[in-house]
Design a protein around this ligand. Structure first.
Ligand code: NAD
Length: 524
């Protein structure tokens, strides 16, 4: 049995009057008309708690999209029990059947579910159609298909045997349950974290970030239709610390698959450490966390290419990609030209809701995020050492809108060069074009993070020097390209240092974390 060789799902263009545009517009209207009641899913049952909380589109915060049922600690225990009850049958199921479920999920998402998951992502997370397409559709389809192929490859990795001795590795699932704790910003990540563990035979309790619940619900329907048995993935809507308190004290807690902020991950790691003697096995701790991603231009860089990388790399999805460029180092010989192009670009981009396909920028995710960004922008306006050269405005009357903002900071350690803002704000430092080498040290030493980074140069020696000196500064390193847009199977994704455990989502390395191999020696 050979699984199909995966190919990346082609991105649809959504040109005016294209069939995909018409279908998506229809779906957006349909979803907006309904006011859905969203239950949790535990052991295959829909669980309604009576504690109903509203979900609003970030670009239209007075509109109620849906209500979801929030659970409490008791529901977390129920979800763990349901997962453990499903475990024996799921772990014993031959892997080909697990592969078939997720290959079917990929096909359903490429076909009938595409418009619905994209529309839910657009409305719930304020992502425009193009950003939703590369996330909720293409990337998640790729995760399913490539992970199945990686699973087969992993199972095929067997030790050598000799006459009279047969050695083999049995890639058992972890003994217990896996906790998938997912962020708001990518539907594909929210979909990948529970399913990659489940694919390897594990049972899962999944808690999404609240702003992603609207699309999480569609994902759960997709898994069910693809044939995922009850109890393998249990979806709960419970406050993070409440869920963590039950899960991290549980004897059968076998691992966490996390994506989110560094602070939360560190808190979780501490909690796991405090409870370490309770567990049957040492839990797998896999986390992709924050970033302060850079673009560094060498004096030989192509100015227009750098400008495009800034506009797209810093502002697509309102800068709320973990990989988004947020600190930029420009050489004095090119800075004016590059910033001129960026300003020209930004003068043409439109900001607004997701239903107008011409809007490049939509709303930031929550009021908390909006207020945080507004504080940093106000700080830059008031600081004589910083100059706001584009954007710098915000308005939350209808939605949480923050204009794409470019700050030029004299001090390379200016606060917005260091803190993760997670929004459409990029800070530029102009360095003396003679000081490229010293700037490499600055790039490497300014931030505790090491997620993504990009270097622009036409000079080969400069590219080589930057690659060597920034060897630990980014888990995903780009040469003459923006630091966002990693593609499954092409650029396995993940960062080191404070950016995560670097287990590369969508790779064999990641799947290895969800198995506990048993080495078997048999003599004849
Ligand atoms: P977050 O850390 O606020 O939340 C992530 C998840 O943890 C959510 O489900 C949340 O409810 C839960 N949570 C929060 N506090 C908790 C606690 N004390 N105990 C248990 N659970 C808790 O992150 P977010 O705002 O949803 O996402 C944005 C962050 O994610 C950014 O920092 C971004 O850089 C990071 N991110 C990283 C990557 C990557 O691949 N490195 C990818 C996407 C996002």
């Amino acid at each position: 049995f050979n699984v199909p060789t995966p190919l990346n799902e082609p991105v649809k263009g959504y040109a005016p009057d294209s069939p995909e545009r018409l279908e998506l517009v229809k779906m957006l209207k349909e979803l907006k008309r309904q006011e859905r009641d969203i239950p949790m899913h535990i052991g295959g049952q829909e669980v309604r708690t009576g504690r109903r909380l509203p979900l609003h589109p970030p670009h239209d915060h007075q509109h109620v999209l849906a209500h979801f049922h929030e659970g409490d600690a008791g529901h977390v225990t129920q979800a763990i029990d349901a997962a453990l009850a499903a475990r024996p049958a799921w772990a014993a199921l031959p892997w080909e059947h697990r592969a078939a479920i997720f290959l079917k999920a990929a096909d359903l998402l490429a076909g009938p579910y595409r418009a619905r998951l994209n529309a839910a992502t657009m409305l719930g997370q304020s992502k425009n159609a193009f950003q939703a397409e590369i996330d909720a559709a293409c990337e998640l389809i790729d995760f399913f298909r490539f992970n199945v192929a990686f699973m087969q490859e992993l199972y095929g990795q067997q030790p050598i045997s000799s006459p009279g001795i047969w050695n083999r590795l049995e890639h058992r699932p972890l003994e217990g349950f896996v906790f998938a704790l997912t962020p708001f910003n990518f539907t594909s990540i929210a979909g990948n974290l529970p399913t990659s563990a489940a694919l390897m035979g594990n049972v899962v309790v999944w808690k999404p970030a609240y702003p992603q619940i609207y699309s999480a619900q569609v994902l759960m329907e997709l898994f069910k239709e693809a044939g995922l048995p009850d109890g393998v993935i249990n979806l709960i809507y419970v406050d993070g610390p409440v869920a963590g308190d039950v899960i991290f004290k549980h004897r059968d807690f076998a691992g966490i698959h996390f994506t989110g902020s560094t602070k939360v991950f560190q808190t979780i790691w501490q909690e796991i450490g405090q409870n370490i003697s309770r567990y049957k096995s040492y839990p797998r701790i896999v986390g992709e966390t924050g970033g302060k991603d850079f673009i560094l231009a060498h004096p030989s860089a192509h100015a227009k290419a750098v400008a495009t990388a800034i506009t797209r790399g810093a502002f697509e999805y309102q800068g709320q990609k973990c990989s988004a460029a947020s600190r930029v180092y420009l050489p004095s010989n090119l800075a004016d030209e590059i910033l001129g192009y960026v300003k020209e670009d930004l003068a043409t981009v439109k900001m607004g809701d997701v239903e107008d396909f011409g809007n490049f920028v939509n709303a930031v995710i929550t009021e908390v995020s909006f207020d945080k960004l507004a504080r940093y922008i106000d700080g830059a306006h008031a600081d004589p050492d910083a100059e706001v050269v584009a954007g710098g405005t915000y308005d939350k009357t209808k939605g949480y809108f923050v204009a794409p903002t470019v700050i030029v900071a004299r001090d390379p350690k200016y606060v917005t060069m260091c803190d993760e803002l997670f929004g459409p704000v990029v800070t530029v430092h102009v360095y003396d074009a003679e000081q490229f080498e010293a700037t490499l040290d600055l790039v490497d030493g300014t931030s505790p993070y090491a997620l993504t980074g990009a270097v622009f140069a036409q000079d080969r020696y400069a590219i080589d020097l930057a690659s060597q000196r920034l060897v630990n500064a980014a888990g995903n390193f780009y040469i003459n390209d923006k630091p966002t847009g990693a593609v499954v199977g092409q650029q396995p994704f993940g960062g080191a240092r404070a950016s995560g455990t670097n287990d590369k989502a969508g790779s064999i390395l990641n799947l290895l974390r969800w198995v506990s191999p048993r080495a078997i020696k048999e003599t004849f």
